[in-house]
Design a protein around this ligand. Structure first.
Ligand SMILES: *Cc1c(COP(=O)(O)O)cnc(C)c1O
Length: 371
């Protein structure tokens, strides 16, 4: 499929707004006395991990968190020196590179612990024992705690590992509900006592993600792991955070059409009056959701304009009514909340998904800028 584009037209662009990340980090800081870990997995929720990490650290975050060691290594290569924790390394952990990169590893089972201890590494690997606090996902189930803690203690004596933290995860991360968090909170206390009884000195316990950070101080322990909130997403829906990205695309085609014109594949939409149709060179391959409600819209010249017809792989059609829009006019697909501009929360509603899926879904063809 061709993507018509005139010379000089600005390409589809996802702009990250570090100032919003700074402000969101400050909001977290005002809600907790604990340290803040900036979680920047999935390339900083699609916003650029290094940019998000730098902004969060500048605003007071002391730790970084990623899913795996590869993501953590990219942060180190980008010059970030803060402690980094990784909590899911499906193909195992290379102890030497973890130790060399000062990349901490969450260990959620005796098997994972043995896999680490069985390797040689010039310095001990820093680990966080990861206990199941009610997710039955990753994290050590309670009946294995004693074996895990005893094994970790032995690994410390052998100089293979150093236990620097104890981690859990809140099962009800998506809403504000201290009562629902209470069992996980008491499990975390319980696990810490059991670790101490096994002879471990656990300096840092951590449990909360964004929702717990914003709504429930009992979950904060020594550190909170704040990810979605950095980029303006509050799963608890209690706090006004700042959108940290803007997706724009140029109008590359605009035509006047008659009433009764079918638009896009299968003519799923037919114009009911004479109107103008504009084409944006972004489609579902670029992360524009294909399944969307009739309300889905973009902003052009300060007005919301509805998306009409099926979103194609590379193109999206917008109805601009009586207005012929000059080619190269920039449409804002989403951006920080401001007048007519749709937000990632609007798109999540239109697509029946969560804003996380909108921001992490933007495809590689879309140009990235950071300012
Ligand atoms: C993603 C993740 C977080 C951050 O969650 P948010 O709700 O995005 O803040 C924290 N901890 C773990 C283990 C995670 O996987």
């Amino acid at each position: 499929m061709s993507r018509p584009r005139s010379a000089g037209v600005r390409p589809p662009t996802l702009q990250t707004l570090p100032e919003a990340i700074v402000r969101n980090t400050a909001i977290a800081g005002a809600r907790t006395r604990s340290r803040i870990m900036a979680v920047v997995k999935a390339d900083g929720y699609g916003h650029g991990a290094i940019t998000v990490a730098r902004a969060a650290i500048a605003a007071g975050a002391r730790w970084l968190g990623t899913t795996d060691i590869a993501e953590a290594s990219r942060l180190r290569a980008g010059g970030l020196t803060a402690p980094i924790l990784t909590w899911l390394n499906p193909s195992g952990v290379d102890a030497e590179s973890a130790a060399a990169g000062r990349i901490d590893v969450a260990v959620g089972s005796v098997d994972e612990l043995h896999a680490l201890i069985g390797q040689t590494s010039p310095t001990p690997v820093r680990i966080h024992v990861h206990v199941d606090t009610g997710m039955a996902r990753e994290g050590c189930p309670e009946h294995e705690w004693d074996a895990l803690f005893a094994g970790a203690q032995q690994g410390e004596r052998q100089g293979k590992v150093r236990v620097v933290g104890l981690m859990g995860h809140l099962p009800s991360a998506d809403h504000a509900d201290p009562e629902a968090n209470a069992p996980a909170v008491s499990r975390t206390h319980q696990a810490r006592r059991a670790a101490q009884a096994a002879g471990l000195d656990v300096p840092l316990a951590h449990l909360a993600a964004t929702s717990g950070t914003l709504t429930d101080p009992a979950t904060h322990f020594g550190m909170v792991r704040f990810g979605a909130g950095l980029v303006g997403i509050d799963p608890s829906g209690t706090t006004e955070l700042h959108g940290a990205s803007r997706l724009t695309a140029p109008v590359v085609h605009c035509a006047a059409v008659a009433a009764g014109t079918p638009v896009g594949y299968d003519g799923a939409y037919v114009t009911d009056a004479p109107t103008h149709l504009c084409v944006l060179p972004v489609g579902y391959a670029d992360g524009i959701p294909r399944e969307i409600s009739a309300d889905a819209a973009v902003e052009i010249h300060g007005r919301r304009r509805r998306v009409v017809g099926r979103v194609s792989m590379d193109q999206t059609v917008v109805d601009t009514g009586a207005d012929a829009v000059p080619l190269g006019t920039i449409a804002t697909v989403f951006g920080p909340s401001d007048g007519a501009t749709p937000t990632i929360h609007d798109w999540a509603r239109w697509a029946g998904t969560i804003p996380h899926a909108i921001v992490t879904g933007i495809g590689p063809r879309v140009k990235r800028t950071f300012a």
